[in-house]
Design a protein around this ligand. Sequence first.
Ligand SMILES: [Zn+2]
Length: 696
Amino acid sequence: MTDSSGPIAAPSASGNPLLEAWTTPFETPPFSQIKPEHFMPAFEQAFADHAAEIAAIVNDPAEPDFANTVTALERSGKLLNRVAAVFYDLVSAHSSPELLKIDEQVSLRMARHWNPIMMNAVLFGRVAALHDKRASLKLTAEEKRLLERTYTRFHRAGAGLDAAAKARMAEINEQLAQLGTSFSHHLLGDEQEWFMELGEGDTDGLPASFLAAAKAAAEERGMPGKAVITLSRSFVEPFLKMSGRRDLREKVYRAFIARGDNGNANDNNAVIGEILKLREESARLLGYPTFAAYRLEDSMAKTPEAVRGLLERVWKPARARALADRDDLQALVTEEGGNFKLAPWDWRYYAEKLRQRRADFDDSAIKPYLALDNMIAAAFDTATRLFGVSFAERKDVPVWHPDVRVWEVKDADGSHRGLFYGDYFARPSKRSGAWMTSLRDQQKLDGNVAPLIINVCNFAKGAEGEPSLLSPDDARTLFHEFGHGLHGMLSNVTYPSLSGTSVFTDFVELPSQLYEHWQEQPQVLRQFARHYQTGEPLPDDLLQRFLKARKFNQGFATVEFVSSALLDLEFHTQPAASIGAVRDFERKELEKIGMPEEIALRHRPTQFGHIFSGDHYASGYYSYMWSEVMDADAFGAFEEAGDIFAPAVAKRLRDDIYSSGGSRDPEEAYIAFRGRAPEPDALLRRRGLLDTPEAA
Ligand SMILES: [Zn+2]
């Protein structure tokens, strides 16, 4: 067993599984015993324990030193971490009206609990005293980094403010926590309410695998024998691409982009206005001109100007490419006798037609080769070849839903490294999107703690007796989240707050996006992309056409992303009082950058959970592209070595990137891996954007 931090002390009389030692394999959460009513009492106990631990540090009469202050902080809050990890996993991946109600209470209590800690002047004084004399403390590199990060966290939370400013900051944080929760509940509400039934005559262009998924979705909603489209992205995007019914495409498209903007009880417009005002006020209290300036100071990019610089460099060639593609799509519409102007709900459909014509390829030809189990095997095998880790399925580990699968991860020497939970299928109780999270993070402060890492996706289930067949995008998502998963599983740090994905937001997508590169390697596809019925490998000719098609429509993909990232930046750099109605602001900003009217934002404001459900990606949505600059550049190291599994490069990748968590400065870690700073040309080349006229 690996968790030698000891069982969490709790009176067994509580009868609350969240407060008792877990006797399950690997001391994992006993999901079948955990009921919604256990959470509030467990949180209350956890808050009390944590507050007492903090008080002990604050009241310690001894002079502050690294052990009695910084390390003591790292040791505190174990129970809180444990309860919160289980709770947030369920709220996101398997919620219920009961859990969502508790979530509102929890987010309020969480803010009330953390505020006095993060603003405690005595505690900050101890940390600041150590920070002042850090040069003379004889710390290891990881300890130095931890002290730096701890100091910065308190400083940025407002621990150095006067009493009045602190009180206001506390109010703001509470309100923001509630507003973020309302935002995501509204979005989930609109997503759950809407569905469109597909009648007999509504299936033009839709392949059998799509219809099977639509039937499974109807079944989940208690409508057996019918077929429905929901607002899950993995339904909407393929539908817009394949449905020959222009009227239905328009209906689905309009519902999708209207989420959170319907003027009903789930409307997010007012919530956004409130969030922006409060974020700006908190940034000003801390002495920053805007929220973006505050947010980006603590990132690899450092300033809004650096972010805008990158986005604009990519925007120009991407827009030029998209406009050229638009003209080609319009010509195709006309050629087919369509007497209409290309609309946003037509783009994917005609792009797919054009792609089939040019690359002679469509997604449905490759889907039978991308069965979920084969792609999981491919993701695992890639990790084995790069890092020596192996995966063995376990049936004895409790899970939160029968669809969830668990694997034990072992290192090359056979030692236990952690558990990997895969929760792959869409269901009504799961929020949309795909993500990685953890039930326990790696650390070795008091003995080795092995991580429990989760990937959640929203793939459509296969029909009765058939496997789930992934689209190329789904397969890429699987590798993406697995890359995050490896960042958690390979973590090898001492201190919990530096573990795994605890890195800057604009660095955190490097391990995930880099991992996507292996999914599209011929060497990997030849081995794992096998027809689910015949077992035949992907024919070489189809493989070549697939790879060629990958670069197609990149103008569109880049435009929908960069426009969202620019809008995020504008929301957080312009004065909140000047923003006014969110819809008008959105329109005005899109006009300013010359957004092609046939392309929608990847996330319109009222559904932009990345930046409004919490502040994690607020003025940080650009991070994906910042990371993409690095991932394209980083994969080049393998290409230059002439082997996509080159052992020496893979070793540096593990040591410098995947296992070092937040224990190193990201720029320094990248340079250690690559031998130099990242260069953006690899990204433009990979997206096929270097050869557009305006890019020259
Ligand atoms: Zn990601």
